[in-house]
Write a protein that binds this ligand. Structure first.
Ligand code: CUA
Length: 155
């Protein structure tokens, strides 16, 4: 079978458009949402449970008034949940996701972070006042997104 000239031209144009759109999509994906956040530590999202930092999520005292909250996020929970810390504690949250992108937002504070699978997110805050803080996922992560939440109790 032999293509005539017009068919050949349209075939080339068609393939050209396809390739071009793939290149654009690929580039945008890489340069924007999929691109690695600069300076962040990485890990294998399939092996979070085996990772030295995340094998035992929990609240750890690491100094006189310093705490680390080692936390994993997954559909649709924060582990650990119902965190308790003393008033005045300086807390570093060290987080990663085991599946999709989740959010970590503590209502009424400036704590707000995106938690992406494959990356370790660290944010810190000193909790000067007693109270109960609501923690919410603010990145749409699936059918249970609305119920993904926990609390931080400062006392
Ligand atoms: Cu997790 Cu929305």
């Amino acid at each position: 079978m032999k293509f005539n000239r017009a068919e050949e031209i349209w075939l080339i144009v068609g393939v050209g458009i396809l390739v071009l759109s793939m290149v654009i999509t690929g580039y945008q994906g890489f340069a924007k949402s999929m691109g690695p956040p600069s300076g962040m530590e990485t890990l294998d999202p399939e092996k979070v449970d085996e990772h030295e930092l995340f094998s035992e999520p929990g609240v750890y005292q690491v100094g006189e008034n310093k705490y680390e909250v080692v936390m994993t996020l997954s559909a649709f929970q924060f582990t650990p949940n119902n965190i308790e810390i003393p008033v005045g504690a300086e807390v570093e949250f060290i987080m990663t996701s085991k599946d999709v992108i989740h959010g970590f937002q503590v209502a009424g504070t400036n704590l707000n972070a995106m938690v992406t699978p494959g990356y370790i997110q660290r944010i810190s805050k000193t909790f000067d006042e007693a109270g109960e803080f609501l923690v919410l996922c603010n990145e749409y992560c699936g059918i249970g997104h609305q119920i993904m939440g926990t609390t931080i109790t400062v006392k």
